[in-house]
Design a protein around this ligand. Structure first.
Ligand SMILES: [Zn+2]
Length: 185
C-alpha cells in the first residue's frame, strides 16, 4: 500500500480534498478513519470543516499519543486520512509508515512550511518517507503561486514568533515568496 502526502498553502482546499477522498472511498465500501492531530489538548472527536461547507467527524491524536493507541490496528480500517498532518510528530509519521506496510492506504493533507517558511516536523518527515508527494496549488493575490503562509498582525507581516499560535487562523495569508519578502499584505 502507499502513503500519500498532499501539501499546499493555507486556503488551498486541502481539507475539502481530504473530505472528498473520504467520501469517495466510503462509497466504494472502504472503512475510512479521519484523523487530526490535536494541538490544543482536546480529547476524542472533533469536527473537520472545509471552507466550501463540507464537514466530518475526526478522531484526535495528541502529540504525546501513539496513533495506534487511538485508531487501533489495521483490522479496524482500510484507509487513514489525516488532516493538518503538519502537526504530526516525526514518530507519528513513522507509525503511519508502519501502518501502510500492514496494508492500509494513508492520505495525509497539510501545510509544508510554517509562517517563517520553515518545514513543520510532520511535513518534513512526510517528505522524507511518503511514497507519493503532490502539491495542491493556490494563488497569491499577484497571480504567482502561493508558497508561504504569512502570519500578519495589525496589517503587517510577522517574521518571528512561536511556530503554532492557537485559534489564529484569520492571522494567515497564503502568498508567493516575493510578496512575502517585500511585506505586501
Ligand atoms: Zn505574490
Amino acid at each position: 500500500m502507499k502513503m500519500y502526502f498532499y501539501y499546499g498553502a493555507m486556503g488551498s482546499s486541502k481539507t475539502a480534498n481530504a473530505l472528498m477522498t473520504r467520501f469517495n472511498m466510503q462509497e466504494h465500501g472502504k472503512r475510512v478513519i479521519l484523523l487530526k492531530p490535536g494541538i490544543d489538548n482536546r480529547d476524542g472527536i472533533t469536527t473537520v470543516k472545509s471552507r466550501i461547507g463540507l464537514s466530518a467527524e475526526a478522531m484526535v491524536v495528541k502529540a504525546s499519543e501513539k496513533i495506534l493507541d487511538v485508531v487501533g490496528d489495521e483490522s479496524n480500517y482500510d484507509i487513514l486520512i489525516v488532516d493538518e498532518a503538519q502537526f504530526l510528530s516525526k514518530s507519528q509519521v513513522d507509525e503511519l509508515r508502519y501502518i501502510v506496510d500492514k496494508g492500509v492506504i494513508v492520505y495525509c493533507y497539510g501545510l509544508k512550511t510554517d509562517f517563517m517558511c520553515n518545514l513543520f516536523e510532520g511535513s518534513k518527515r512526510l517528505l522524507e518517507v511518503a511514497d507519493a508527494i503532490r502539491e495542491i496549488k493556490s494563488m497569491c493575490r499577484c497571480g504567482r503561486k502561493a508558497i508561504v503562509n504569512a502570519r500578519h498582525n495589525e496589517g503587517k507581516i510577522v517574521y518571528d514568533g512561536d511556530q503554532i499560535v492557537l485559534g489564529g487562523d484569520d492571522k494567515y495569508q497564503a502568498m508567493c515568496y516575493q510578496c512575502w519578502v517585500e511585506g505586501k499584505i
